[in-house]
Design a protein around this ligand. Structure first.
Ligand code: DOR
Ligand code: ZN
Ligand code: ZN
Length: 421
């Protein structure tokens, strides 16, 4: 297949070029390629061709919570959002803490055959924080990382051991940072809006303390670590300082942390209830600055689909999470590139090459010989977020009605068109 007339994002630049796909791989990239006899041509005039986007932090809910999402519905949402690969968190039922569940998720992903589905294994058995899970078995079954996402491993000795074992198996720990005792049942950020609404607040330190601990462990043990969904200005600063002194720490944030503040909960909208909570304007600006100066390596959606039954309840009882796969790129493009904070190649790097590098995955680059995982977008197209149109089962978004730029036209995985917008 020939992709013609497009602008390509290659590394840190944009260029006009054609791209040929052969046997699922990128076979050539040149200013002008002439179609061969019977070769299908995808005319992408006016469109921009990106390396397939990779979301390193999603929840697909299967097995166990199929009412919220399945691997199939989640993968459909992923390709609709321009993602050619997703890494899914282990807080399923049963927990993905062993080779059987990990292998089930991997094979179900292959069977669905849309985007690449990479399982992440739990750090402890049942995510109970007591006993290390069988890391070697999960690695052999296809786990690409380990995480206790949804919570932190409270016991620091256990976390140190986890990092040591994980590193022996070539896996990284992806750390959800939350001091449970300090959160103490808080459901929103502690500040003006928690006071206004009477909702229980949680202070930044509840997140920062664990960010600091993971950095300390990484530094002492000399083992790389990755921090999930950074939401605080102070957390960004901790990571910036750690990187400056050479700690091997990487970090992600999510679109909701650089587009929203806790003002979104003033109307008790449970769709804005997320963990860590939406913070304040100075946090939002610090997250953008962290993305700009490289402190924050990547953008992940933390796609957390929930059923209406889990969200259409009083705020305190509602589940935490935002269904993010289908808005992640457009929100990021609109908030970061159109505003001038990041160049398009810089944004794309944070949503493809960096996650691939951090986890050692294939893809993330438009180059000859790479798998033909490709996302084609129309950056000029404006659209309005309408959760009723989501392919994800999770319609829980605080972005309903928001106008965004950048719509996905085609998503190709190993050279095959998996989504056509
Ligand atoms: O908002 C969140 N939702 N944060 C988490 O850490 C877990 C996630 C979920 O699984 O719903
Ligand atoms: Zn988390
Ligand atoms: Zn998560």
């Amino acid at each position: 297949m020939l992709i013609s007339n497009a602008t390509l994002v290659c590394g840190n630049r944009e260029k006009r070029a054609d791209l040929r796909i052969e046997n699922g791989k990128i076979a050539s990239i040149a200013p002008r390629l002439v179609p061969r006899k019977n070769e299908p041509v995808l005319d992408c005039a006016g469109y921009t061709v990106l390396p397939g986007l990779i979301d390193m932090h999603v929840h697909l809910r299967e097995p166990g919570f199929e009412k919220k999402e399945t691997i199939e519905s989640g993968a459909r949402a992923a390709v609709a959002g321009g993602f050619t690969a997703v890494c899914c968190m282990p807080n399923t039922k049963p927990v993905a803490d062993n080779k059987v569940v990990v292998s089930y998720i991997k094979h179900r992903g292959e069977e669905v055959g849309l985007c690449k589905v990479y399982p992440i294994g739990a750090i402890t058995e049942g995510q109970k924080g007591e006993t290390l899970a069988s890391i070697g078995g999960m690695k052999a079954a296809g786990a690409v990382a380990l995480s206790e996402d949804g919570k932190s491993v409270e016991n620091s000795k256990l976390m140190a051991n986890a990092m040591l074992y994980a590193s022996d198996f070539g896996l990284k720990c992806l750390c959800h940072c939350e001091d449970r005792a300090l959160v103490d049942g808080g459901v929103v950020n502690e500040g003006y809006y928690s006071t206004l609404t009477g909702l229980k607040g949680s202070i930044r330190a509840a997140e920062d303390i664990l960010i600091a601990r993971e950095i300390c462990l990484s530094e002492s043990l000399n083992i790389p670590v990755h921090i999930c969904h950074v939401s605080t200005f102070s957390g960004v600063q901790l990571i910036r300082e750690a990187k400056k002194r050479g700690v091997n720490v990487t970090a992600e944030t999510c679109p909701h942390y650089f587009t929203l503040t806790d003002a979104a909960i003033s109307s008790f909208d449970t769709n804005a209830k997320v963990n860590p909570p939406l913070r304040e304007e100075k946090d939002r600006l610090a997250v953008i600055e962290g993305l700009r100066d490289g402190t924050l390596d990547c953008i992940a959606s933390d796609h957390a689909p929930h059923h209406e039954d889990d969200k259409n309840v009083e705020f305190d009882l509602a589940a935490f999470g935002i269904s993010g796969l289908e808005t992640s790129f457009a929100l990021s493009y609109t908030a970061l590139v159109r505003s001038g904070a990041l160049t398009l190649p810089a944004l794309v790097g944070k949503m493809s090459a960096r996650p691939a590098e951090i986890l050692g995955l294939a893809g993330g680059k438009l180059e000859v010989g790479a798998p033909a995982d490709i996302t084609v977008v129309d950056l000029a197209e404006k659209w309005t977020v309408d959760p009723s149109k989501f392919l994800s089962k999770g319609k829980n978004t605080p972005f309903r009605g928001m106008e965004v730029y950048g719509s996905v036209k085609y998503t190709l995985v190993d050279g095959e068109i998996k989504f056509c917008g």
